[in-house]
Ligand binder design. Structure first.
Ligand SMILES: *Cc1c(COP(=O)(O)O)cnc(C)c1O
Length: 417
């Protein structure tokens, strides 16, 4: 699956002992495996080898430039949700004609920036946004390529916080409304209709919700065709899940087979926006045990990483496997692994049997490549951690650990104090 494996009792990232990375870079640290990133990207790409397609990696899952560059080198595009992500992607060398721009709250300056950058298309999420893009593009003497993000009202059977394609979600436009909006868009001077888009949620472990939404969107495509509106791109979004614990998501190749068979009669160019599926299991967060304590039959393991570094357990109650960097503990203990933050929600592991970590032991939180560093913050004035990318037997720091000076960058004490 990935390149984080034991050799003897030592955890390695590819050919590098994780312990050596910490010795050089310190703890906590995110560690990414380049080989795993490449492998996962290729597996997804290969799944659609027979059909015209573009993989627009979802930048928000992990927006670190080294990660973006890895996929750009393999021919990948990007799915962005802000002007900041566009800036990163272009800096990393993304081809603007492989950039799709999603998100319900695009601001005027972000729309202008995207138009000036000549991106492929906007995934339009509301009627007012369509008008706004048209106004801005017209004023700039440009045509904005668009797809409408249709909300197909399909249940992805995942966590409510990462469900996006149900009627009550803030995302996209309903099917009925979307057809009307396409007809309106057809008459707009600043708009070029290019495609149709959906993204129904994240961490999906079954293919049928994807196929169900494709079937619904195909009806829309048929109706539009009769109205003289033909579409080139079919953007199926992201959302394919990974194994964190005992989930059994479909392999990209199986997902690919079903998507291809559901779309082949259309002859459209497929666009995908995978995030988690490609980066999730390509990264780990390494942290150090500071203290342990036992209280009322409950054990706590205090570590130097917290919810500000890896928010998913606190945010969604998510599971991350934890493995010792050197596997020499005396058996297992039922414990919570908690961070230094002054919040009871600050845990990475809750009520689980884990190795009996001692002061100073290093541990790796697995599957932390997606929505890990990207969601991290400086809450409790904790500088954000370093990131490292490993390739074979070498590694490089791809983001320096922040300093306390970085924490107050841009702050000013007003003159009246
Ligand atoms: C978050 C997001 C994705 C990526 O989702 P994953 O579950 O990480 O694959 C793709 N498209 C859009 C519009 C998103 O918001």
């Amino acid at each position: 699956m990935h390149h984080f494996q034991y050799k003897g009792n030592e955890l390695f990232a590819e050919e590098v002992p994780v312990r050596e990375i910490v010795a050089k870079v310190g703890s906590p640290v995110y560690v990414y495996s380049h080989a795993t990133l490449e492998r996962h990207y290729r597996a997804f790409d290969d799944a659609f080898a027979g059909v015209p397609h573009t993989i627009c990696y979802s930048v928000k899952a992990n927006s670190t430039m080294a990660v973006l560059k890895t996929f750009i080198n393999l021919g990948g595009g990007v799915d962005i949700v802000s002007g900041g992500e566009l800036y990163r992607a272009l800096k990393a060398g993304a081809d603007p004609q492989k950039v799709v721009y999603s998100g319900v709250g695009k601001k005027d300056d972000e729309i202008e920036y995207a138009l000036n950058s000549n991106i492929l298309m906007f995934n339009v999420e509301s009627e007012q946004e369509l008008d706004r893009i048209n106004q801005i593009a017209t004023r700039m003497g440009k045509k904005a390529g668009i797809a409408i993000r249709v909300n197909p009202d399909v249940d992805p059977q995942t966590h409510p916080y990462i469900t996006t394609g149900l009627k009550n979600a803030k995302f996209g436009i309903t099917i009925e409304r979307a057809i009307e909006e396409y007809k309106r868009a057809k008459g707009m001077a600043g708009i070029e209709i290019l495609g149709i888009d959906c993204h129904i949620g994240s961490q999906l472990t079954k293919v049928n919700p994807f196929v169900d939404s494709i079937i619904k969107l195909k009806k829309v495509i048929g109706i539009l065709k009769e109205a003289g509106i033909s579409l080139k791109y079919f953007d199926i979004g992201g959302g394919l899940g990974i194994t964190y614990n005992n989930e059994e998501p479909p392999l990209p190749s199986d997902y690919g087979k079903e998507i291809i068979s559901a779309t082949k009669d259309l002859g459209m160019h497929l666009v995908f926006e995978p995030g988690r599926n490609i980066v999730g299991n390509a990264g780990v967060l390494v942290a150090k045990c500071l203290y342990t304590k036992q209280r009322d039959e409950k054990n706590f393991i205090m570590i130097d990483a917290g919810m500000n570094d890896l928010a998913r357990p606190a945010l969604y109650g998510s599971f991350h496997g934890v493995q010792p960097v050197v596997n020499d503990q005396d058996g297992l203990v039922m414990a919570d692994i908690v961070g230094p933050i002054c919040e009871s929600g600050d845990f990475l592991v809750k009520d689980r049997e884990v190795p009996m970590f001692r002061q100073g032991d290093l541990m790796a939180f697995m599957s932390a490549g997606a929505y890990g560093f990207a969601m991290s913050s400086t809450y409790n004035s904790r500088p954000r951690v370093a990131e490292v990318m490993v390739k074979g037997n070498s590694f490089e720091v791809v983001r320096e650990r922040e300093t306390v000076e970085d924490l107050i960058k841009g702050e000013r004490v007003p003159s009246f104090l």
